[in-house]
Design a protein around this ligand. Structure first.
Ligand code: SF4
Length: 273
């Protein structure tokens, strides 16, 4: 069986380091294809960084949702902005497009090794992660799902091998590996951001919100207005202690705390940094 190595790239340091590791390990044996889930809601510097990486490593496949033309379109069509409890953004804009991409390679008869840049020390939820794991593709069936749906999901054919080469590394290891390989980092890090990805992320914390530029705040405020008008409900980007806080309203105040949530999406592909 032919093997293909797919590398999930976010524009963040962990996925760049994971690509470098995957290339070193598999580059001489297998074809390696990096891919990037484009939410349409990334920082312009992240888009530039993806272009920069592409100039170094070759084509990075851009994946998009089949259903939505990016984050804003998704919010408008669903008449809501995702939040911690209803975090459909990860699923719709990243997980589903990734699953489709992986499944297409599997359908062509390839054994897929999917490389993701997850690290244990990123958060408590990621502590149990290992370098290798088998990942089921798709949405975990609920208790109420039919027997048929469950057996279709928990099936060997519905799995992909996940390789997480930097899982035991710390952030310094990652930056060092990137520097040694002669790659630049996403400039957002040197501007003080601890993570990259959707900009802003619905789980952004106080510091990150305080660092947003006015253009981004205006964009978010516009989205809040549009979704509020569509849904007929007051809809905002941030939630604080169960209350809704409009980002356009004194967004730089420290009292607006994004619930102190752990940063980033935790999902089966560790896809949001
Ligand atoms: S980075 Fe944040 S906003 Fe983007 S998909 Fe993940 S949870 Fe949603």
């Amino acid at each position: 069986m032919k093997t293909i190595v797919l590398v999930s790239m976010s524009g963040g340091k962990d996925s760049t380091a994971s690509y470098i590791e995957a290339k070193a390990r598999y580059g001489s044996r297998y074809k390696i294809i990096p891919y990037f889930c484009d939410t349409g809601w990334e920082h312009e510097l992240t888009y530039e960084y993806i272009n920069y990486l592409e100039s170094k490593i070759g084509c990075i496949v851009r994946l998009k949702s089949d259903k939505y033309d990016g984050f804003e379109d998704m919010c408008i069509k669903k008449k809501m902005i995702p939040n911690r409890l209803k975090r459909f953004c990860t699923e719709e804009l990243k997980v589903f497009p990734s699953i489709k991409f992986i499944s297409q390679w599997k359908a062509k008869g390839y054994r897929v090794i999917n490389v993701v840049g997850v690290r244990k020390d990123e958060s408590k939820k990621r502590e149990p992660e290992n370098m290798w794991k088998t990942t089921f593709l798709g949405k975990l069936p609920s208790n109420k799902s039919s027997k048929k749906a469950k057996s279709k999901f928990f099936n060997r054919d519905n799995t992909v091998t996940t390789f997480q080469p930097v899982v035991y590394w710390n952030a310094l290891d990652v930056f060092t590996a990137i520097q040694k390989a002669g790659f630049k980092n996403n400039p957002l890090y040197s501007m003080g951001f601890s993570r990259v990805g959707c900009f802003p992320c619905i789980q952004a914390n106080t510091n990150e919100i305080g660092m947003l530029d006015q253009k981004t705040v205006d964009r978010v405020t516009e989205l809040e207005k549009t979704v509020s008008a569509k849904s007929g409900r007051y809809t905002v980007f941030l939630h604080k202690g169960g209350k809704l806080v409009s980002l356009g309203n004194k967004h730089r105040s420290n009292k607006y705390n994004g619930l102190g949530l752990e940063l980033g999406c935790i999902n089966q592909f560790g896809i949001c940094e």
